[in-house]
Design a binder for this molecule. Structure first.
Ligand code: FAD
Ligand code: DHB
Length: 391
């Protein structure tokens, strides 16, 4: 079988790329290792920048998001027993973020791909990219015990941090940058009304906590935990008690708790692999970079990669112009590193670093105090949080 672009990974990056290319008449296939129910069961990001919102509109998958998503023009930072609002819109000429879950975006993309007759293979085993340093790359995989081969012009590696694409590149051709944090986020989804109308990022001596939401009746909460903690050590009651202790008293008192319908621990990591293009293999999203979740940038960075990559491929097929593909890696990485910086900074600002001692804790408190009193500092936070431009 032959397609123009073979896509490894059916997460948001791969599905969005496939949808955008198909709308321009470019043939793709998506090879996904897991079954669809598994992909749709993952609870991940929830805050979308306007750039991603615009991409979803362009991909014609924005209808449900427009109806069910919520625009947020600010969020709170809590510390020292008080909440302080960061006015996103006021510091950015009216920009806002959209609260709508990654799980819902993935569902909308699958529905759109199915409606257009898009080719998606689930439970594709041992997907392997070949000969991407030549003009005739191809993919192989196994499905139901049979071997398959897909010839293509380009391969898009959209298979996440643990995928096969980046691993198929010789280590001598990759430069990797990494920081692993000594903690993770324990997340709970519950069918309860959110703690507040907007998100609350809380810095506390016991550790970071985040109150987020998916809708007016579905809440998402996180608490910072040690990286090696086990889920079965965190029954719901313990989670709610810990969350309450890390919130200002008034917020804790009004918190509505319930049964968790999902609970998971995610490690925190900063990671970048450069470059993002190797001949005819192009990496995008978590396959090329990871941010700690504090700035809500992971999914949004995947979207900006797909913006640059889809334009490069569309120009190539429309006019033969290869300049967009030639500059893909540089353009994507320029934005990736700024989001890496911001995510690292938000992580340092808000978490408890047990090993750093009292001096670092006082510096952190001074930075928080400065932030919520300085319009310039809040503007810098707001500008990054709503998303830097795609340029
Ligand atoms: P993925 O979503 O990882 O999709 C990759 C796809 O490729 C998957 O479906 C996978 O099954 C498939 N795949 C993997 N290997 C292979 C293979 N060998 N062959 C074929 N297919 C393969 N971001 C935030 O902003 N906020 C959050 O709260 C947040 N929470 C997160 C929690 C977790 C546990 C994780 C892992 C990430 C979280 N992120 C969060 C980050 C955000 O979800 C990711 O940045 C986003 O999913 C990236 O999309 P992607 O399509 O590039 O990668
Ligand atoms: C969510 C996750 C984040 O990492 C974040 O910064 C804000 C919200 C969420 O899952 O809702």
């Amino acid at each position: 079988m032959r397609v123009q672009v073979g896509i490894i990974g059916g997460g948001p990056s791969g599905l969005l790329l496939s949808q955008l290319l198909h709308l321009q008449g470019i043939e793709t296939i998506v090879l996904e290792r897991r079954e669809r129910a598994y992909v749709l069961g993952r609870i991940r990001a929830g805050v979308l920048e306007q750039g991603l919102v615009a991409m979803l509109r362009e991909a014609k998958v924005a209808e449900r998001m427009e109806a069910e998503g919520e625009l947020h023009e600010g969020f709170d930072i809590a510390f020292g027993g008080r909440r302080h609002r960061i006015d996103l819109a006021g510091h950015t000429n009216g920009a806002a973020v959209m609260v709508y879950g990654q799980t819902e975006i993935t569902r909308d993309l699958y529905d759109a791909r199915d409606a257009m007759g898009g080719l998606i293979v689930h439970e594709a085993v041992d997907v392997t990219p070949h000969d991407f340093d030549s003009d005739a790359p191809y993919l192989t995989y196994r499905k139901d015990g049979r071997e398959h081969r897909i010839d293509c012009d380009f391969i898009a590696g959209c298979d996440g941090f643990h995928g096969a694409s980046r691993k198929s590149i010789p280590t001598s051709a990759l430069k990797e940058y990494e920081r692993v944090y000594p903690f993770g986020w324990l997340g709970v989804l519950s069918e309860t009304p959110p703690a507040s109308d907007e998100l609350i990022y809380s810095n506390h001596e016991r550790g970071f906590a985040l109150c987020s939401m998916r809708s007016r009746s579905l809440s998402r909460y996180y608490v910072q935990v040690l990286v090696d903690e086990k889920l079965d050590e965190w029954p719901d009651e313990r989670f709610w008690d810990e969350l309450r202790m890390r919130l200002p008293e008034e917020t804790a008192q009004s918190l509505v708790t319930g049964v968790s319908i999902e609970k998971s621990i995610a490690p925190l990591r900063s990671f970048v692999a450069e470059p993002m293009r190797h001949g005819r293999l192009l990496l995008a999203g978590d396959a090329a970079h990871i941010v700690p979740p504090t700035g809500a940038k992971g999914l949004n960075l995947a979207a900006s990669d797909i913006y640059f990559l889809s334009r490069g491929l569309i120009d190539y097929y429309r006019t033969g112009d290869e300049s967009g593909l030639a500059s893909y890696s540089q353009k994507a990485l320029d934005r990736v590193w700024k989001a890496e910086r911001f995510s690292w900074w938000m992580t340092e600002l808000l978490h408890r670093f047990q090993d750093r001692g009292p001096f670092a804790a006082r510096i952190q408190r001074a930075e928080l105090d400065y932030l919520v009193k300085s319009s310039a500092a809040m503007a810098a936070l707001a500008e990054n949080y709503v998303g830097l431009p795609y340029e």
